[in-house]
Design a binder for this molecule. Structure first.
Ligand SMILES: [Zn+2]
Ligand SMILES: [Zn+2]
Length: 236
């Protein structure tokens, strides 16, 4: 393999690894961190509850509000790599993508106008996750498409039932079970404190200004009516 091909392969590997790690963090938060979980509930559980009820609420956040926790985790990773004398460009790239994972996620909730030409272009060519792709994560039962950086890994992981497999393992080994997601009709009602935030959530005339391409669910077509219901839910 020539040097350029080797470099490209390594970049791809690091990007996909960062995407997988961000997906695992997102999945774990969605599945197991409750609003009242000690330590993490206020800073992690509550924002996740808000996000499933009010997907566009996060678009009000600036970069630091979206990324402070991932930035902290990345600083720890860089410091550990430095202490172990293995702080290579791979680690820096991993840290840079991981730090911004929630920012990329936020961009998938913004309209093209809000994103501007550069981000929209990067989404269009498939370098960043599109709102179309991410919309399926906000479609009941909201238990697929946890990766938020690109559109690449989710189809593979979902077809493998990767997340369901991990949940089965955690249930078997530790007796851990998914928390109820109150944004699902069968798990409601929504917490009362959400009502105030509902009024503050930025709205859009239509989702992502690009319509909604989540008409295929794990390879299966759904009806146009169902698709439009999901679009309303996503852009609410
Ligand atoms: Zn989620
Ligand atoms: Zn989202």
């Amino acid at each position: 393999m020539n040097t350029l091909a080797l470099f490209a392969t390594q970049v791809l590997f690091v990007v996909l690894l960062a995407e997988l790690c961000a997906g695992i963090v997102h999945w774990f938060e969605d599945a197991y961190i409750r609003e009242d979980t000690p330590w993490l509930g206020k800073y992690v559980g509550r924002p996740n509850v808000i996000h499933h009820h009010l997907p566009r609420y996060m678009t009000r956040n600036n970069w630091l509000q979206s990324s402070w926790d991932l930035l902290l985790a990345s600083v720890v990773i860089v410091l550990v790599a430095w202490a172990l004398d293995c702080l290579t460009w791979h680690v820096w790239l991993f840290a840079a993508i991981s730090t911004n994972a929630n920012e990329f996620h936020k961009w998938a909730h913004r309209t093209r106008k809000e994103n501007g030409r550069v981000i929209t272009f990067l989404q269009r060519i498939g370098l960043l996750q599109t709102s179309h792709h991410h919309a399926l994560h906000h479609t009941n039962p909201k238990n697929v498409r946890y990766c938020v950086v690109t559109n690449c890994l989710n189809p593979v992981l979902d077809r493998l039932h990767f997340w369901a497999g991990l949940e089965w393992l955690l249930a078997r080994i530790f007796g851990l079970h998914r928390r109820p997601d109150t944004s699902l009709p069968e798990h409601g009602p929504a917490p009362a404190w959400l009502e105030e935030l509902r009024r503050e959530e930025p709205s859009v005339e239509r989702c992502g200004e690009g319509g909604y391409a989540g008409r295929r669910k794990l390879g299966r077509r759904v009806s146009a009516a169902e698709s439009s219901r999901r679009e309303v839910e996503f852009s609410r």
